[in-house]
Ligand binder design. Structure first.
Ligand code: NDP
Length: 257
């Protein structure tokens, strides 16, 4: 297991799902862990879980679509822990589904873009200067298999946001290459989280067919499997890995049949 002793990790969207699993994985590796999200009860419950692993924890209530919240989020992490080594910009929303492009309304489009794309840009805007002052750091932005291929779920705003996130991350990686700050993406395939369980429960036949097509391994991914890729990208083991996308999808993207 990588040792993150003395290091500080911030995970946006750490109140549930993949972000929560990533926060716990960093805590098990010895990092001090800050999570940011909107739901206070879930955020505080995560703090207790992280502390139960004998790691220091901080919850910051923040809406990543709001610039002031993000500025405050990073300030709070630095005020509490004195530094920021790893930032996982994971907060994301699905937005309109089963909605063809011309039927998407402006509010639906903006809601997805403001969290999934603008929120990640804003997060990096405040995270990167802290890392530059320290002489290094690692950022992982959470994209999706739908950051590299179209979604057949009538899910274009999400798909566009996750494609945009890949371009944003690669460009940022080049902007800061040589500074000690590395920036990469993780792109999960269908992963078992509460949100996904709800969607599968609501449309079991549709998802069974979708999974049959998408998962070469014939199963959903686990949150912990995604978290492992995130922490590896942050670790020194990935010291020459920059501006890339690691896909954690059981082979979905490799499958052309
Ligand atoms: P969850 O809904 O469990 O996690 C989403 C997290 O984002 C929550 O912690 C939520 O916290 C937070 N969040 C949402 N909107 C905001 C906001 N405006 N400000 C701050 N935090 C916000 O879903 P997942 O764990 O599945 O998703 C995590 C990431 O992984 C997302 O970016 C998603 O697109 C991506 N992904 C997931 C896949 C899957 O199959 N599960 C597949 C591919 C990618 P709160 O509500 O408390 O604010």
């Amino acid at each position: 297991m990588h040792s993150f002793s003395g290091k500080v990790a911030l995970i946006t969207g750490g109140s549930s799902g993949i972000g929560a699993a990533t926060a716990l994985r960093f805590a098990r590796g010895g990092a001090k862990v800050a999570i940011a999200a909107r739901r206070v009860e879930q955020g505080e419950a995560m703090v207790r879980k992280i502390e139960a692993l004998r790691a220091e924890a901080l919850f910051v209530k923040a809406d990543v679509s709001q610039r002031a919240d993000i500025e405050e989020m990073v300030e709070q992490v630095v005020a509490r822990f004195g530094r920021l080594d790893y930032a996982v910009n994971n907060a994301g929303v699905s937005g309109p589904v089963m909605t063809p492009v011309a039927d998407v309304d402006e509010a639906g489009w903006d809601a997805v873009m403001n969290v999934n794309l603008k929120g990640v840009w804003l997060s990096m805007k405040y995270e990167i200067p802290v890392m530059l002052r320290q002489g290094g750091g690692a950022i992982v932005n959470m994209s999706s298999i739908y950051g590299s291929k179209p979604s057949e779920l009538g899910h274009a705003p999400y798909c566009a946001s996750k494609h945009g996130l890949v371009g944003l991350s690669k460009s940022a990686a080049i902007d800061y290459a040589g500074t000690g700050v590395r920036i990469n993406c993780v792109s999960p395939g269908y992963t078992r989280t509460e949100v996904m369980e709800g969607a599968v429960g609501a449309m079991p036949e549709f998802f069974a067919a979708t999974l049959q097509r998408h998962s070469a391994m014939k199963r959903l991914g686990n949150m912990e499997e995604v978290a492992e890729a995130v922490v590896w990208l942050c670790s020194d083991a990935a010291s020459f890995v920059n501006g890339t996308v690691i896909t954690v999808d059981g082979g979905s993207m490799a499958r052309a049949y």
